[in-house]
Write a protein of this length. Structure first.
Ligand SMILES: N[C@@H](CCC(=O)N[C@@H](CS)C(=O)NCC(=O)O)C(=O)O
Length: 262
């Protein structure tokens, strides 16, 4: 089903395809990464839902996102075609392959994981730690514990009182996790982003589920800005992230865009 790159970059990057709907937060992290590297016009995003035939063909677990890269575009063989699932693996491939090529082509120096030559093992590991916390702590607490439950109940036409009651345990756990995340912020770094002055994969993995949370009723008091903020560091950072081009470009199709809150 692969078409040549419609934007004319296939000579530089081959063809890059992402399988994943914009509603998927892990897909959004990866697409934000491509946007940060300036590759926003260089890939095709197939809006395929999880567990669809097209996804299962490329990821036996059926989960989003999947990256397919044909370095030699239409001349690629099945041997040199890269098919990757698991967003952390895709992240590494972007850092070490597509991102490096983008830096050369566009003559900029985007580094979403600090490069070995310029950082300590602890600084690089701290980004990994955040990516892991985003995937295994923030995502389940926000999406599985609260957002998806609310959406499922709304889909079943439950009234707001029943939804609020049903979300009670999930919200308690979420507060517990967010209080820890708030403490982790900028530790031991300082700067506008989670791991210092530059945006990194830590930000790109943590932001999409929290943007979903901001879009629902339960998220409003939790992610309130200003002097009444429950989690002031988290909120100031969310406000900054919302202003990034990569967040704006990946906004259409997200839960927030559907509810028009952000
Ligand atoms: N560990 C996977 C998780 C991917 C994941 O859970 N993706 C969600 C969309 S954000 C999905 O496909 N969910 C469908 C399901 O859980 O059945 C990764 O990092 O890529």
């Amino acid at each position: 089903m692969t078409e040549p790159d419609p934007h004319g970059f296939s000579e530089d990057f081959g063809t890059i395809e992402i399988f994943g709907i914009p509603f998927s937060t892990f897909t959004r992290s990866i697409v934000m990464g491509l946007e940060e590297f300036g590759l926003g016009n260089c890939f095709i995003q197939h809006h395929t839902p999880p567990h669809s035939g097209e996804v299962r063909q490329r990821n036996p677990f059926g989960l989003l996102p999947v990256l397919v890269h044909r370095p030699n575009a239409i001349y690629s063989s099945s041997d040199d075609t890269v098919i990757l699932y698991e967003s952390n693996a895709i992240r590494r491939y972007i850092d070490e392959s597509l991102g490096l090529q983008a830096n050369q082509k566009f003559k900029h120096k985007v580094e979403l994981t600090p490069p070995a030559a310029k950082s300590t093992p602890m600084e690089r590991a701290r980004v990994d730690q955040w990516v892991s916390v985003a995937a295994t702590v923030i995502f389940p607490a926000v999406e599985l514990g609260v957002v998806k439950r609310r959406l499922a109940m709304e889909g079943n036409s439950a009234d707001d009182e029943s939804i609020t009651l049903a979300l009670d345990t999930g919200l308690e756990k979420l507060h517990d996790r967010l209080a820890i995340v708030e403490q982790m912020f900028n530790q031991p770094f300082s700067g506008d982003y989670i791991c210092g002055n530059n945006v990194s994969w830590a930000d790109l993995f943590a932001y999409p589920p929290l943007a979903d949370l901001r879009a629902i009723k339960e998220g409003e008091p939790i992610l309130r800005s200003g002097k009444d903020a429950l989690y002031p560091k988290l909120n100031a950072w969310m406000d900054r992230m919302e202003q990034r081009e990569s967040a704006k470009k990946t906004y259409p199709g997200t839960l927030a865009s559907q509810r028009k809150k952000n």
